[in-house]
Each structure stands twice: as C-alpha cells, then as structure tokens.
Design a protein around this ligand. Structure first.
Ligand code: UD1
Length: 426
C-alpha cells in the first residue's frame, strides 16, 4: 500500500485550487435517484468515495458518464441517469466502506416505495447511529424494520409530509428528511435542521430539479412535496474542509498561499481562529489568501459544534497546528466520541497532548520531529500530513487510502505550493 512521504521545513507559496466538496457531491449523486431524468454535476472532486458512490448507484441501475478534466483546478463532470431503478439493495460491503452511502435510503424509498440498506455498523469515529434518519422516515409514513443488520423500509402508497422535530442536530438525518420530503404528499417541516452549507447545496440542487424547499441554511426547512422531479445541471460547492485544511497548512508551514475558489463565509470560524493565532487572512477576487510569517502560532481554545460553529472535520488539523503553538490550547470534541485517534500518532512526532474524555490539552512544543505514522481516518490522516510539513526531517504516513477517500490529489496540490511531499509505492 502506498505511503506519503513529507520532508518538513519548507514554507508554502503560490496557489492551491480547491476541489468540489466531498460531503456535498456524495449527497448530490444520491439525489439523482429521485428523478428518471439525468442530473449533470460539475466540479465533482476526484476521490475514492466518489468512485464508491458511483459503483453503488450503478448497482441500482443508474447510468453514469464521467468527463475527466485535464486541469487540477477544474472538477470533473458527471452525468447520472436513473431512468429505471432495477435494484433497491445496498449491501453491508458497500455501506461499511463509506457511511455516506446510507444516504441512498431516502431517495430509493421516496421514488420506489422500498429500499433495503445496510446499517453503517461500527465506525472508527464513535457509534454514529442512524435512529434520527429512521424516525424521520417513519414519521413520514414509512414502515421500517431492522433485520440482520439491514434497514428494510417500505412505503407502498408513498410518503406523506410531516412535522419532524429533531432532538439534536444531524447533517445526515436532515438530508434524509429533506430528500424524502421532495416526493412526499403534502408539506414537511424539519425543525432543528442542520445548517451546514452542504445541506444548502443539496437543497439548491433539488430545487433545480423541481423541488419546493424553503428555509435552507436556517434551522427550519419546509418542503412542499411534488409529483416528480426533473433533470438538472448543477455545480458542486467548493470543499470548505479541504480549504480549511490548506489554510492550516499555510499557517503551520509558514509562507503565503492563495486558496482558489475557497469561500470565506463557510470557514469563518476557522479563519477567525487562525487570525487570533497570528495568520493574516485576506479575501482575493479568486478566493482567500493566508499568510504566516514563520513565527510560532499563538495558542487558542477550540470547541467543535454544528455549523456555523467550528467543524469537527477540522479538529484534527487545528490540533496539529496547536501542537507547535507558543503555549497551551484546550480542544473539545463535542460532535463525535472517539475522534482523537490522531493524538497517539502526533505524540510519535513529539506532540504533547493529554486527553481527558472529550477534551484534549495541547501543550505546544518548539518543534515536531518526523516519524513513521499511521492514518486512522480521513481527517486524522491529513492532520499527520500537516504535522509533517512543520516537522524536522521525514514523516511517512501509512494507510493512505484514508486520504484518498477525501482529498483530491493532495500531494500534487501541496507540492505545487512548495511542500516536499510525494507518494511512495510499497
Ligand atoms: C456528516 C459529515 C461528516 C461530519 C458530520 C458532522 C458527510 C458524508 N459526513 O456526517 O464529515 O463530520 O456531518 O458535521 O456529510 N447521530 C445520532 N443519530 C442519528 C444521526 C446522528 O446519534 O441518527 C449523532 C452522530 O453519532 C454524531 C452526531 O449525531 O455524534 C452528528 O452526526 P451527523 O451530523 O449526522 O453526521 P453525519 O451526517 O454522519
């Protein structure tokens, strides 16, 4: 299996193009199941998760055509046509690999009146149950059974609009309810909806397909069901987690980087924190610029929260930055349990981090040292790459498939910006 080798100590400079958002693209792809007409997505990132979702959709009979762009900065184009759905079965093998594949449940059920989708099962970052998804569908009139690790959902007479009040905020459950409601009879009100920009992106794509949706980006979303959705062309939003990761890369390695296509608003909580830590952030006509003069970052306390709070998907990366800060930072993880798996790996590089429940106390050290480390999940693995950029000597990150799930040509983007990073085949 390939590894990523980083030789630390190089400042970054130049431009990094930001790809389309993984967490939007996967749901937009699933939304193609809601219509018999084609959905054409532009700015699709080149990722293992996108390939896995394509395979899953093809197993339902969706026809997919990809047009690959020769340019790193332009995403690929994907045409998905779910003219006839020939299977409504998503196996354990598919859903286990990627939790987002559970998001096919609602569109299959809404369009076909039935679906059998594996429960996501154990996942490295905490329990991640799906009871909110299932209760939303039940409230809309679906019969839901659990058998042998599968969700078997039926709605022979279609779904009906309902008032769904979520007890806490869930990105996936909000998307499930919203997709199901587009083809339900009557009106659905989703109360305590998640406000993540990827949900707004999905909602806007559904609107382009003929859905009637109000309140996107707020905590109350209203959907008026329609008989049918039609084809559309839609451009995937830029990836705010990728943009945030490269912003932190510039802060940890020093230098000045322009993030092409990045949107300030979607990572405002991170950019405010980077500014407090000593980075200079400025908006440019093409995106954002992050500059750090090479002095150690100032420490900062961080608590993850639903949008617009600090994203859990940037927690590991900000911790990498805080390991070299000039003082102590306290990082609290409030979204997922067990999302500190990067800590023992960062410790191998000389980081000083103490964990107590959901709280990590990070005492900054003057310098990290390169080491062989192991990726454990998607965001954790990129935090090791960031640490490697700042470390003395060589860092080898193993189990790179985690990175390939969610970062589009990471080593190409970072090496073009001056990092010494390469993929080493084993
Ligand atoms: C999505 C993102 C993920 C991000 C997360 C939070 C995708 C593919 N993934 O994941 O990258 O980290 O949002 O921003 O878009 N929960 C329940 N019951 C449920 C549903 C959720 O207890 O039925 C819990 C989860 O275990 C977790 C919390 O709610 O502790 C938030 O999860 P959720 O917002 O649903 O995350 P995902 O949609 O899985």
């Amino acid at each position: 299996m390939d590894r990523i080798r980083i030789r630390g100590g190089h400042r970054l400079s130049g431009e990094i193009p930001i790809s389309g958002a993984k967490n939007a693209a996967l749901k937009l792809m699933a939304a193609s199941l809601l219509s018999a007409e084609p959905l054409t997505l532009a700015n699709v990132p080149r990722l293992a998760d996108v390939r896995a979702m394509s395979e899953l959709l093809m197993s339902f009979g969706v026809g997919i055509q990809m047009t690959l762009s020769p340019q790193l900065g332009e995403g690929d184009t994907m045409r998905l046509e779910a003219k006839e759905i020939t299977s409504v079965f998503a196996s354990y093998d598919m859903v286990r690999k990627m939790r987002a594949s559970f998001q096919v449940l609602a569109p299959l059920l809404a369009r076909q009146g039935q679906a059998k989708v594996s429960l996501p099962g154990g996942c490295a970052i905490g329990a991640r149950p799906v009871e909110l998804h299932l209760s939303a569908l039940t409230q809309m009139g679906a019969q839901v059974e659990l058998a042998d690790g599968y969700v078997i959902a039926t709605a022979p007479n279609g779904l009906t609009g309902a008032e769904i009040v979520f007890p806490f905020v869930s990105v996936g459950a909000t998307e499930t309810a919203m997709m199901a409601a587009t083809l339900a009879k009557g009106t659905t009100r989703i109360v305590n909806a998640a406000r993540e920009p990827e949900i707004t992106d999905l909602g806007n794509c559904l609107i382009a397909m003929g859905a009637e949706i109000w309140g996107l980006g707020s905590s109350e979303i209203t959907v008026q069901g329609v008989e049918k959705l039609h084809g559309a062309a839609y451009r995937v939003m830029p990836d705010r987690i990728e943009a945030g990761t490269y912003a932190i890369a510039a802060a940890i390695a020093g230098g000045e980087v322009e993030l092409l296509g990045a949107s300030h608003e979607t990572i405002a909580s991170l950019l405010a924190l980077l500014t407090r830590s000593g980075a200079v952030v400025s908006d440019t006509p093409r995106g954002l610029k992050i500059a750090m003069n090479g002095s150690r970052p100032r420490p900062s306390d961080v608590t993850t929260a639903p949008y617009p709070g600090f994203p859990t998907d940037l927690q590991a990366q900000i911790m990498a930055l805080m390991t070299v800060a000039d003082g102590t930072s306290v990082i609290r993880e409030k979204i997922f349990e067990n999302r500190f798996m990067h800590v023992p790996e960062l410790a191998r590089m000389g980081a000083d981090v103490r964990i107590d429940g959901d709280t990590a106390t990070v005492r900054g050290v003057a310098r990290l040292k390169g080491a062989p480390v192991m990726a454990t999940d998607l965001r954790a693995s990129v935090s090791l790459v960031l640490a490697g950029l700042a470390a003395e000597g060589e860092t080898m990150v193993g189990r790179v498939y985690h990175l390939d799930r969610g970062f589009d040509r990471l080593e190409e983007k970072l090496s073009r910006a001056g990092a010494d990073i390469s993929r080493v085949p084993e």
